[in-house]
Ligand binder design. Sequence first.
Ligand code: B4P
Length: 193
Amino acid sequence: MFNLILFGPPGSGKGTQSERLIAKYGLKHLSTGDLLRSEIAGQSPLGLAAKSFMDKGQLVPDEVVIEMISSALDNNPMANGFLFDGFPRTTAQAEALDKLLNQKGTEIAIVLALQVSREELMKRLVNRGLTSGRSDDSNEDVISSRIAEYERKTAAVADYYQKYGKVSYVKGEGSIDEIFNFLCKKIDAKKVA
Ligand code: B4P
């Protein structure tokens, strides 16, 4: 099994690059953002609770997303490997993920960390807000809160995996093809190592 985390601030291109990476490497895509948005669309109690956090640009409580990921892992016993997109976003989520994978006799092979300037993140998310219909993209204050939440709680996740030498940094600015090629090079190097 080959499991990877695509890591980076909001708007860094995790969703965009994930689509291409799963197609190339045959991985199962697990995006906590997508899972939460589908709970919201289905108006489930979980979705309604999550929406109040997401609309303010805050992270959804750890226990909610950990439970969602745990079920998704159990529901995909035949996967070749997983691409985690937008998860883990706190050190507690990273520790929980390590435990869950360990119980399945596997682990994270690589954390690909996309690096994008704050100005570019703001620009991309404001832009996406014009067409996405996503309530968390439609207001600059909410976008700023998401970036602040990333700096406060999520950036530390890279330090957590750095202790195990698993983090590879990739410049997330440039064309989508160019960034995809950089990501593939890092994955291919890890696969042969
Ligand atoms: P997510 O759905 O994970 O979304 P994101 O971080 O905002 O965006 P992403 O990085 O995937 O950007 P994308 O590729 O789409 O999170 C949403 C919310 O859900 C969070 O704020 C939080 O409340 C909650 N949540 C999710 N996971 C959670 C967790 N684990 N714990 C707690 N809460 C959680 O790209 C953005 C835009 O840039 C797009 O318009 C794209 O077209 C454009 N773009 C991409 N690459 C580009 C490039 N190279 N050049 C120019 N534009 C580019």
